[in-house]
Design a binder for this molecule. Structure first.
Ligand code: ADP
Ligand code: MG
Length: 140
């Protein structure tokens, strides 16, 4: 059994609609544990830095505007195979393609305002966790 950690963000469409608790209930019911958490209002520059891998994509500027349009909740999730497990709990990027019972199917507003972020690999999880949290803030 290998415990893994992944970065989760509850996006501004979730905080705006007061769905933080409902989304986190799904995460915790899936067996993932929230081992670090904070509420932030990202600046445009911080959003651009976080999503730098998407800088060349057509949706980059709109995505960064959306991510700093309201508060987000950033959190570290821990569990067996947490990166892939959380991606399953989130559902497909486009909520129209997301499987029944996933967060994005149940809560997302659009392909952009799709409620949650999750790291896409163990390597990126480490980079993304370090972007937001120090070791002292992660309590396993
Ligand atoms: P995921 O969040 O599922 O890993 P990506 O890493 O491909 O998806 O994209 C990052 C975020 O950019 C998505 O969660 C979504 O908010 C936004 N996004 C992705 N594709 C599009 C698109 N075609 N149009 C608008 N926004 C998009
Ligand atoms: Mg991604």
């Amino acid at each position: 059994m290998t415990l893994q950690r992944t970065l989760s963000i509850l996006k501004p469409d979730v905080t705006r609609r007061h769905l933080t608790g409902k989304v986190n209930a799904k995460i915790e019911e899936s067996g993932l544990r929230i081992v670090a958490q904070k509420r932030l209002h990202l600046s445009k520059v911080q959003a651009q830095l976080f999503y730098a891998v998407h800088a060349e994509r057509a949706f980059f500027n709109d995505l960064c505007d959306f991510m700093c349009a309201g508060p987000v909740v950033v959190q570290v999730l821990e569990g067996e195979n947490a990166v892939a497990h959380y991606r399953e709990v989130m559902g497909a990027t486009n909520p129209a393609n997301a499987a029944e019972g996933t967060i994005r199917r149940d809560f997302a507003e659009s392909i952009e305002a799709n409620s949650v972020h999750g790291s896409d690999s163990a390597e990126n999880a480490q980079i993304e966790i370090a972007f937001f949290f120090s070791q002292l803030e992660i309590v396993g």
